[in-house]
Design a protein around this ligand. Structure first.
Ligand code: NAD
Length: 265
């Protein structure tokens, strides 16, 4: 990684972490990295914390395509965090000796009511805010597919397929498949309401539209990874696989399927 030397640390400003970061800054400096305080000057963004911190780092830095993201965990390895804080010296060594590689993870692009798009690396979820079912018209490539009635829906990326999507029995998808998965949260299926009832996978040239039926339960919660949107009265979400890919530094021998095995089996 010869040209990538400007490093920005993203972390929660607690006294405990500040102390740890001071040590990391020194280590990084001694290994030839330059620590920058402005995100726009960075070409490496290091998030300190679990998957939660990593997801926040992406959102707060606007899913930068010209940076490599590195997830450094404090207690245990996560899905996006391949490195441990007490082994950062090893990490810097591996970076120098090229024992690491940069993986590209795909994102989905979510446009709410024709406004500026948002990006997600895990999923976009839409859920009822009250104890009343939410009604959503589901359109694929502008063609009506089904009318959903239930708690909500999840549209996940392949790397997000092991998160919320998996809890509702969605499939785990290989990140090499450019796609998005649509999963239901507690749909009502009876003689009046009918949905597919299983998750389905859409290819990267499809466009999904979720139209919220305005029936009194029309201000659901919209989740973009681990951030809730405060938009009230959203009318529709347009979701597609985005051409924007995020570069993530990972250990060479720690593939997606090894992580799935380690975490779930
Ligand atoms: P959190 O603190 O609620 O933790 C959720 C757990 O999901 C953590 O153990 C985290 O490490 C793990 N996780 C995050 N991304 C993952 C991924 N891609 N694959 C496997 N595990 C993953 O919240 P957080 O850490 O900020 O994570 C936010 C994510 O939590 C959301 O993007 C959503 O996927 C997930 N979530 C899950 C449920 C559920 O399973 N019922 C409900 C809400 C949110």
């Amino acid at each position: 990684m010869p040209n990538r030397k400007n490093l920005f640390f993203f972390y929660k400003q607690t006294p405990e972490l500040k102390e740890k970061i001071a040590h990391l800054r020194e280590l990084a400096h001694n290994n030839g990295f330059q620590i920058v305080d402005e995100i726009k000057e960075a070409n490496i963004i290091v998030s300190i914390g679990g998957d939660n911190a990593f997801l926040q780092a992406l959102r707060k830095t606007n899913f930068k395509e010209d940076c490599v993201y590195v997830g450094v965990n404090i207690d245990q390895l996560g899905f996006y965090t391949d490195f441990m804080i007490h082994e950062v010296d090893k990490m810097l060594e591996s970076m120098k000796s090229e024992q690491v590689e940069v993986r590209k993870y795909s994102t989905i692009e979510v446009t709410i009511d024709e406004e500026t798009p948002y990006y997600c690396i895990n999923e976009c979820s839409i859920r009822s805010n009250v104890i009343k079912t939410l009604v959503i018209e589901v359109l694929i490539d502008d063609q009506h597919f089904e009318t959903f009635r239930g708690d909500g829906m999840i549209v996940s990326t392949p790397t997000g397929s092991t998160a919320y999507n998996k809890s509702v029995r969605g499939a785990v998808v290989d990140p090499r498949l450019p796609s998005m998965q649509v999963s239901e949260i507690a749909s009502i299926n009876n003689n009046d309401y009918r949905t597919l009832g299983t998750s389905f996978l859409l290819s990267d040239d499809r466009k999904l539209r979720l139209q919220i039926v305005q029936d009194g339960n029309d201000h659901p919660i919209i989740g973009l990874d681990n951030e809730a949107m405060s938009i009230r009265h959203a009318r529709q979400l347009e979701i597609k696989v985005s051409p924007r890919q995020i570069k993530v530094l990972k250990l060479k021998h720690n593939s997606f399927w090894e992580k799935v095995q380690r975490k779930f089996l």
